[in-house]
Design a protein around this ligand. Structure first.
Ligand code: ZN
Length: 202
């Protein structure tokens, strides 16, 4: 089920969330004017595609918080829809999305190669690179809302032991976020419920 989270933000945007059956990844949707922004398209069920059909005609822009396959499991299906694009922050990130060993899907016997052909250059979200959970981790900011991926996430879900994980880099990323993000922001994490950023950093 795609559930509304925040309605009519700044009189222009509505946020939605879907919790995937794949590791309970949270997929988020922002409907704003002629755009439908999708953050972390995990494994999506038929209800989600029916919901997307109702928004036919919008430009779809996909953001992925990091390379791990559970956060872009259905990106290819979405990129096959018309007017659908991927925001790719770097070429090395694209390489990790396409490589089943780098995105870890190979080790789950379910190799995923996310196609990175239809991309856009200009981001509609503020993009912050936050290595630590993985080499290619990013947070995305929309006003006072942060998409935290597996970086800004309830500490019980924090993982550094996967390839590319690095606790020292995570510390630098948190320091950067603390100094550049409004502490009263709401975090929409990659797993689990949302929370206020200031509770997480203390
Ligand atoms: Zn991850």
């Amino acid at each position: 089920m795609v559930e509304p989270l925040f309605c009519n933000l700044n009189n222009r945007a509505t946020f939605y969330r879907y919790i995937s059956s794949l590791f309970s990844v949270c997929t988020y949707f922002i409907v704003e004017e002629d755009k439908l922004i999708i953050i972390d398209p995990s494994k999506l069920d038929k209800n989600v595609y029916d919901w997307l059909n109702k928004h036919d005609g919008l430009n779809i822009i996909i953001y992925i918080t990091h390379e791990h396959f559970d956060h872009h499991y259905n990106a290819n299906e979405l990129l096959n829809l018309k007017n659908s694009f991927l925001y790719l922050p770097s070429e090395s990130f694209g390489e990790s999305l396409r490589n089943p060993k780098k995105n870890l899907s190979y080790y789950y016997n379910d190799p995923i190669q996310t196609i990175t052909k239809s991309t856009i250059d200009n981001s509609c979200l503020k993009v912050i690179k936050t290595p630590g959970h993985s080499e290619e981790s990013y947070c995305f900011v929309y006003d006072n809302i942060i998409f935290g991926g597996d970086t800004i996430i309830d500490k019980k879900y924090l993982v550094f032991k996967l390839p590319g994980g690095n606790k020292l880099n995570f510390g630098y990323s948190v320091e950067y976020l603390k100094n550049n993000i409004n502490l009263k922001s709401i975090v929409l994490p990659g797993h689990g419920d949302y929370f206020c950023f200031d509770k997480w950093v203390i």
